[in-house]
Design a protein around this ligand. Structure first.
Ligand SMILES: Cc1cc2nc3c(=O)[nH]c(=O)nc-3n(C[C@H](O)[C@H](O)[C@H](O)COP(=O)(O)OP(=O)(O)OC[C@H]3O[C@@H](n4cnc5c(N)ncnc54)[C@H](O)[C@@H]3O)c2cc1C
Length: 666
């Protein structure tokens, strides 16, 4: 008898940032993951190090930020620009915030910590769900052959210690192999180079003894002797990036390298008149980089790729790991929604369309940034060099929003509402309730604006946008508006919303736990009714004025997710209800009249659609039309996904038990 082939929900290749975060998300939601990496040990030093403001928010939402910050990363708040000065010296010509105040970021800095420590936090998290990374192991073959329709992908993995190759079957294969990818090669997916120019970079992490005043800041230094980028790091360390070669050099050699001593000597010359001696070098690497973008992120919606497999660029803007993280979460929640029976398979198309467009923007920016850095690299002085330096600074400033991660705006699609493209057959009376993205801060595809509110149950000041964790659910942020009093029986808008959402057949009630009456969801603040929807209610009132028992039925189940909009914000100083104003529900951010709305936020924190509250069924009708674009029709029986033989694992209900949790309850 042929040996039984082991089956998995997802096989993940590569334990870098993208692979690890895919595994973390899906393991938490109860999926069975086979995860391998070809290196015998996790990253010990070096490689990527910059965590951008938006990624910090995401990590906070995932419950991982605190563990990363416990390593005490350097925090970059400002960038200093240094340029050549007479006598072969350098002079600071300006500074600029790394995340300027016009970007409404909760954490307006870049945290710098080596990739290995960040990976360690995720590896520890995986251990909690019993997912382990097999090392050293590699992939030697894969095909989507449908030999088992429930596990259509066949994968051969070879343990590099024992040389034993084992065949597995999976629902999906995810390649997070980094820039050199076996999977991408086998699929014959082309990498298009944005620019034929490629670069060789030297990167050195260590402890510097110097009197250079900005050694704890991020700096770009252009001097007569060349250019360097300085990045502060944890434990008094500094990273220096130095461009060793560019294909625009007349004698370009992609294999050109430089020794540690050569880079140190070059740095000493560039830092003049400041001293520059090394107490310790922790990591040094020379690596060639081209600006490449994969044509496809998947061919069959079974084998997917993400992270550096799909996009490579220079390290200067600190984007590689960040882009990888956002690829991972975008992939994970969509797979979860398909496999748990919520959404149709067609949603998987949006992984490539959304994430490839972001990578394309990144490459455009990086292309210009790298070219200008190279121009200023030559050590030239004079008017032309000054112009190039200025252009470099201008480009940096103009792209702060994008590099912080807040500039990402997913284009209209089934998830991101657009008045022109979405829901064409919706009656205009209902469509008019959908908040127009031109006038409002609620722009579908962008990140939900942040705000502070007071949690009613415990009077704590909390970050509203982070209250619902990354639990795979759509988040329905309900803003009560100023016409709905918190007093008993005086909230017709909220009553109507509650009644219509709980009505049999609504999108909300169709996906409720089937044996709701037998479930003890008293302590489940996020998913008391359904694994796919979480609700948070913000009311225009002082906290002591709100009694949870007086709220309509729906909100009583979310007792820990009811908030008072009673805190001021310097960004909307004239608004009585700052949280409503920050999402544009108070005209001109002034006065006391706030509109009520349901703001639907995707599991990854990007805005989906916002609909005004009405006293009738229209609000829920508009939401119904939105969700009907991708929800599976008919009653959800908790088993209607393709995962009939779902692997049940212990999951953390605080993070939304996800499919396995729900199935275990059915
Ligand atoms: C040497 C080096 C230096 C770098 N330096 C910097 C830097 O200074 N600054 C910066 O911003 N970025 C740097 N990067 C890039 C940065 O590390 C990536 O952008 C980021 O880590 C992207 O994450 P990822 O998960 O997509 O890929 P990676 O972090 O590259 O992870 C891929 C993982 O997959 C494993 N793997 C590959 N092929 C297979 C296979 N067939 N089977 C099993 N496992 C496989 C690899 O060993 C690796 O662990 C560097 C990359 C490298 C390789």
């Amino acid at each position: 008898m042929a040996p039984r082939i082991e089956t998995y929900d997802v096989v993940v290749i590569g334990a870098g940032p993208v692979g690890l975060l895919v595994s973390v998300c899906l393991s938490r939601w109860g999926y069975k993951i086979k995860h391998i990496d070809n290196r015998p040990v996790p990253t010990a030093t070096g490689r990527a190090d910059g965590i951008q403001p938006r990624t910090l928010e995401l990590l906070q939402n995932l419950g991982l930020k605190r563990k990363i910050m416990a390593y005490d990363p350097a925090r970059v708040h400002e960038v200093a620009f240094w340029d050549p000065a007479p006598g072969g010296k350098i002079v600071r010509t300006g500074t600029y915030p790394s995340c300027p105040s016009f970007i409404d970021a909760r954490y307006p800095f870049t945290a710098l910590l080596h990739q290995g420590l960040i990976e360690r936090v995720m590896i520890d998290d995986l251990a909690k769900t019993d997912t382990h990374i097999e090392r050293p192991a590699t992939i030697t073959r894969f095909e989507t052959n449908n030999a088992d329709p429930n596990y259509p992908v066949e994968v051969d993995l070879k343990n590099l210690d024992s040389n034993v190759t084992t065949t597995y079957r999976a629902k999906y294969l995810f390649s997070g192999e980094g820039a050199r990818s076996f999977v991408r090669e086998q699929l014959k997916v082309q990498i298009r180079h944005k620019d034929p120019i490629s670069y060789v970079w030297g990167v050195m992490d260590g402890v510097l003894r110097t009197n250079f005043p900005d050694i704890k800041m991020k700096c770009t230094i252009h001097s007569e002797h060349g250019s360097i980028m300085v990045i502060p790091r944890e434990n008094n360390m500094v990273r220096l990036y130095i461009q060793i070669a560019s294909s625009t050099d007349p004698d370009f050699n992609p294999r050109k390298t430089a020794t540690v001593e050569e880079v140190q000597h070059a740095a000493q010359k560039i830092f003049q008149p400041y001293t520059c001696d090394w107490d310790k070098v922790e990591w040094y690497s020379v690596y060639p980089i081209g600006q490449g973008l994969a044509d496809k992120y998947t061919l069959d919606h079974r084998v997917f790729m993400g992270g550096d497999v799909c996009h490579t660029h220079s390290p200067k803007a600190g984007q590689g790991m960040n882009t990888a993280f956002h690829d991972a979460v975008n992939f994970a929640w969509k797979i979860h929604h398909v496999e748990s029976g919520l959404a149709s398979r067609s949603i998987l198309e949006t992984y490539e369309s959304e994430r490839r467009a972001v990578a394309e923007m990144l490459l455009d920016f990086d292309n210009k940034y790298a070219a200008l850095f190279s121009k200023t690299q030559s050590g030239a002085t004079g008017e032309e060099a000054e112009k190039a330096n200025q252009a470099f600074v201008d480009l940096f400033k103009a792209n702060c929003e994008f590099t912080s991660g807040f500039g990402v705006a997913y284009a209209p699609n089934i998830f991101n509402y657009s008045p022109e493209q979405s829901l064409p057959s919706l009656p205009s009376a209902i469509k008019s309730l959908i908040i127009s993205q031109d006038k409002h801060k609620l722009r579908p595809g962008r990140v939900m604006p942040n705000s502070n509110v007071t949690r009613v149950v415990d009077a704590n000041t909390v970050h509203l946008e982070n209250e619902i964790p990354f639990n795979g659910s759509f988040r329905l942020f309900v803003y009560g508006g100023s016409s709905s009093s918190p007093r008993h029986g005086q909230h017709p808008l909220l009553s109507s919303l509650s009644d219509n959402l709980l009505k049999a057949g609504s999108f909300y009630s169709r996906y409720m736990h089937k044996n709701q009456q037998h479930l003890d969801t008293h302590h489940d603040s996020n998913n008391p009714h359904s694994p796919f929807f979480s609700v948070a209610l913000t009311i225009c009132a002082k906290r002591p004025e709100i009694e949870i028992e007086e709220l309509p039925e729906l909100f009583q189940a979310y007792r820990d997710r009811v908030y008072a909009d009673d805190l001021s914000s310097p960004l909307v100083p004239n608004a009585k209800y700052a949280s409503h104003a920050k999402v544009g529900l108070i005209p001109e951010d002034k006065g006391e009249d706030a509109e009520g709305a349901v703001v639907v936020v995707r599991p990854d924190g990007h805005l989906a659609i916002a609909v005004k509250l009405t006293e009738g069924p229209e609000t829920v009708q508009a939401l119904e039309a939105y969700f009907s674009q991708f929800l599976k029709h008919g009653d959800w029986d908790g088993k209607s996904g393709s995962s009939r033989d779902f692997h049940s694992k212990q999951t953390d209900t605080r993070l939304g038990g996800g499919a396995a949790y729900v199935r275990s309850l059915l």
